[in-house]
Design a protein around this ligand. Structure first.
Ligand code: NAP
Length: 309
C-alpha cells in the first residue's frame, strides 16, 4: 500500500487551500473529497465577500478554481467520504468505503453540515418539501409558499434567493432581532416578497403524505399556535461539524467540533491537524477556512520536517 506524506480529508476552502500549500511544498498531498466535493460553497450562488472578486463569484466556480490551483501543483484526489480513521500508531490510516490510505500526516478539513430542526414531520418530508439548500431545491417551489427557519446570515441568504421563486417567503425566527449581518437584514426587510414572523418557532411540518402542505407555528411570546400554508420548508439554523468518522479518535467538544491547541491547527494527536469549520464554530467563512487550511499545511510541513523530512 502507498504511503503518502499527507492525506487531506475534505475539499472545501480549508482542504483545498491546505492542498495548494502542501503541493507547493512538495508533499504530494492526496485529498479525500468527501461526498460534497468542494464543500458547502458548491450549494451557494453569489459569493460577495471573498476577497479578490469585486463583482462576486458563484460558489461552485470559486471551488472549481481552488481545485484547479491544487491540481496544478500536483495534488491528487480520491472520491468519497472518510468513514473510519486510526491515529493510534504511525503511519496513520484512514478508510473510505472503497480504499485504505496511509499517511505520515493527516489534515482534517471535513467542514460542517446543516443542522436539522428536529421537529415532527421534518424527516418524513425530507426531499419532499423539506430542504436544507435553497440553491439546490428553490426551483421546485416556483409560485408557491415558502417558509425559511432561522435568523442568521444563512437563513436570510436563503430567503433572498428563494424570493426569486416563491409567491411569498416567510422567515420564521425565534427572537425579535436577527443574528445576521446588517446588510442582509436590510435586504430582507426591504424585500416585498419576504414576510418576517418574529418570536416564533415551527413546531411541526405536515403534508398530504406525498409533500409538505403546511407548518405549525407557535408564537413564543403569546403562546398562540397557528398554521401557515407551505410547499417548501427550508431549515437554516446553523451547522453541525462532520466529525463522526473521528469520534473517539480525535478529541472534540460537546458539540462535536475538533479541539486544537491555542490558535494553531495542532490536534492532540501529533501529526494530525484540523482546519476550517470542523473546528471553527465562530467565524465559519470561506476566507477564514482558507486561512486555516494554509496554517494547517504550514504546521504540517514543519512537523514533518522536524520528524526527519
Ligand atoms: P448562525 O449565525 O449560527 O445562525 C443560526 C440561526 O438559527 C440563529 O438566528 C439562531 O437563532 C437560529 N437557530 C438556531 N437553532 C435554532 C432552533 N433550534 N430553532 C430555531 N432557530 C434556531 O448560523 P448561519 O446563519 O448558518 O451562519 C453561520 C456563519 O456563516 C455565520 O458566521 C455567518 O455570518 C456566516 N455566513 C455568512 C454569509 C455571508 O456572509 N453572506 C452567508 C451565510 C453564512 P438565534 O439568533 O436566536 O440564536
Amino acid at each position: 500500500m502507498d504511503l503518502h506524506h499527507v492525506v487531506i480529508v475534505g475539499s472545501g476552502p480549508a482542504g483545498l487551500t491546505a492542498a495548494i500549500y502542501c503541493a507547493r511544498a512538495g508533499l504530494e498531498p492526496v485529498v479525500v473529497e468527501g461526498l460534497l466535493a468542494g464543500g458547502q460553497l458548491v450549494n451557494t450562488t453569489d459569493v460577495e465577500n471573498y476577497p479578490g472578486f469585486p463583482e462576486g463569484i458563484q460558489g461552485p466556480e470559486l471551488m472549481d478554481r481552488f481545485r484547479k490551483q491544487a491540481e496544478r501543483f500536483g495534488a491528487a484526489f480520491v472520491p468519497g467520504d472518510v468513514v473510519r480513521a486510526d491515529f493510534s500508531s504511525r503511519p496513520f490510516a484512514v478508510w473510505t468505503d472503497e480504499r485504505e490510505l496511509r499517511a505520515r500526516a493527516v489534515i482534517v478539513a471535513t467542514g460542517a453540515s446543516p443542522r436539522p430542526l428536529g421537529v415532527e414531520g421534518e424527516k418524513e418530508y425530507a426531499g419532499r418539501g423539506v430542504s436544507y439548500c435553497a440553491t439546490c431545491d428553490g426551483f421546485f417551489f416556483r409560485g408557491k409558499e415558502i417558509v425559511v427557519v432561522g435568523g442568521g446570515d444563512s437563513a436570510l441568504e436563503e430567503a433572498l434567493f428563494l424570493a426569486r421563486y416563491g409567491s411569498r417567503v416567510s422567515v420564521i425566527h425565534r427572537r425579535d432581532a436577527f443574528r445576521a449581518s446588517k446588510i442582509m437584514a436590510e435586504r430582507v426587510l426591504r424585500s416585498p416578497k419576504i414576510e418576517v414572523v418574529w418570536s416564533s418557532v415551527v413546531e411541526g411540518v405536515a403534508g398530504d403524505g406525498r409533500k409538505v402542505t403546511e407548518v405549525r407555528v407557535r408564537n413564543v411570546e403569546t403562546g398562540a399556535v397557528s398554521t401557515r400554508p407551505c410547499a417548501g420548508f427550508f431549515v437554516a439554523i446553523g451547522h453541525v461539524p462532520n466529525t463522526a468518522a473521528f469520534r473517539g479518535v480525535l478529541p472534540a467538544d460537546a458539540a462535536g467540533y475538533l479541539e486544537v491547541h491555542g490558535g494553531s491547527s495542532y490536534t492532540s494527536v501529533d501529526g494530525v491537524f484540523a482546519a476550517g469549520d470542523v473546528h471553527d464554530h465562530t467565524y465559519r467563512q470561506a476566507i477564514t477556512a482558507a486561512g486555516a487550511g494554509c496554517r494547517a499545511a504550514i504546521d504540517c510541513e514543519r512537523w514533518l520536517e522536524a520528524q526527519g523530512g
